[in-house]
Design a protein around this ligand. Structure first.
Ligand SMILES: [Zn+2]
Length: 389
């Protein structure tokens, strides 16, 4: 077992403190690493740049720790239990990293949990402490990590191994939470941030989308529970898929309210985002390119099939809204026409094949510069939407 403990140490300075304890380290010198990217967003992001300090000890005795490269560290030879304590700067509002203020704590494991190299299959346990700083509201914790124990000021979870540990984002805040079951599988959504959502309507619409996807994939549900973690802000937008959950950011005007009974373009956009990320639970988290079965978290993982997984998902995210009778045929075709227009305005489809654009996603689609928009527009409508999510 590898033990992790994460504490929102200073909400005003945006600092998490993480403690990692490994019982039987490599006696020749244990190496630790942090991912350089997060699955679902195909860009090397170098999360290790946010580690601001790191110390190692064994039996209360300080141990030397040395950096081998940008995201690997080695602790001096030691046959006994090693404890690392390090601080992580967390002030990225996106769904991809970590964020900490007095309103909210959010983190992906890939930004905060170091991996003990060569302990890939070792089970992990993580204690999540509530902050001792004063925060706004009464915070709760939401995640699909396996719950083990709830204490007054902390919650303990477990994960099968390191890869499992980093595939469950964690949200702590004074959020709204609602729950529903689909075919006996518990689903929930949390909404953090100011909002005035018509929860009954959102829940009913989400249920129809989820049921559509479950039926679409033949009734096989690849998770035992599912969680939509939503952050409502003034204008942001984005989502990231995980095995049993998704992190979403939307503008609060995209959430439904009782004074707008008809489906608005803004609400349609939010439902399509939910639809997209939920579809990924099957289509890339379960069925995936061969090269994604053993991910190398330190470098790019190339595949020529990203267009199949992101492109098909983008195609079905809005189509599901039509099939679930949330959009009329006219409303759906209007959206589809907009997509086709965008594709036809570009010339990317004359420059690269879908396989080539998939392979280059790490340095083109996800790393746009003045040349990239042209290359975004490939042969199939919707594939251009990769970057939206
Ligand atoms: Zn996607």
């Amino acid at each position: 077992m590898i033990y992790y403990q994460i504490t929102p140490k200073n909400v005003n300075a945006h600092i998490f403190e993480v403690q990692l304890t490994l019982d039987n380290p490599n006696p020749l010198g244990q190496v630790f690493s942090l991912p350089n990217w997060i699955p679902g967003s195909y860009l090397v992001r170098d999360f290790s740049k946010h580690i601001v300090s790191i110390q190692a000890s064994s039996n209360s005795k300080s141990m030397a720790i040395k950096k081998l490269n940008k995201n690997h560290w080695i602790v001096q030879s030691c046959k006994q239990k090693i404890t690392l304590i390090y601080e992580v700067y967390a002030y990225d509002l996106s769904v991809r990293c970590a964020y900490l203020t007095n309103q909210r704590a959010f983190f992906n494991g890939s930004s905060v949990f170091l991996k003990a190299v060569d302990f890939d299959d070792t089970p992990c346990e993580v204690t999540i402490n509530y902050p001792t700083d004063s925060v706004l509201g009464q915070w709760s914790c939401a995640t699909t990590l396996m719950p083990k124990e709830k204490r007054q000021n902390s919650e303990i979870y477990s994960a099968k191994n390191y890869q499992d540990l980093i595939d469950h984002p964690v949200e702590m805040a004074d959020f709204t939470r609602f729950e529903f079951n689909i075919e006996d599988t518990p689903h929930a959504m949390t909404i953090t941030g100011e909002h005035n959502t018509d929860i009954a309507r959102l829940q009913a619409d989400l249920q129809r989308i989820c049921q559509h996807h479950i039926d679409f994939f033949g009734g096989n549900i690849p998770f035992d529970n599912y969680l939509f973690l939503t952050l409502a802000t003034t204008k942001d937008y984005g989502g990231l898929e995980h095995k049993k959950s998704t992190s979403l950011i939307c503008a609060r005007k995209e959430l439904p309210t009782t004074d707008k009974p008809n489906i608005t373009p803004e609400y349609t956009r939010f439902l399509a985002l939910c639809s997209h990320e939920y579809f990924h639970a099957w289509w890339i988290k379960t069925i995936k390119p061969a090269s994604f079965h053993q991910l190398n978290m330190s470098r790019e993982n190339y595949t020529e099939q990203l267009w199949i997984f992101e492109g098909f998902t983008s195609y079905y995210d809005e189509l599901a809204l039509l099939r679930a009778e949330l959009l009329s045929v006219e409303q759906y075709l209007t959206l589809f026409a907009q997509t086709i227009s965008k594709v036809q305005m570009g010339t990317g489809r004359y420059k690269q094949s879908l396989a080539e654009s998939s392979f280059d996603a790490w340095t083109k689609f996800y790393q746009q510069d003045e040349n990239a928009p042209m290359l975004l527009l490939v042969t199939t409508p919707k594939v251009q939407y990769w970057l939206s999510y």
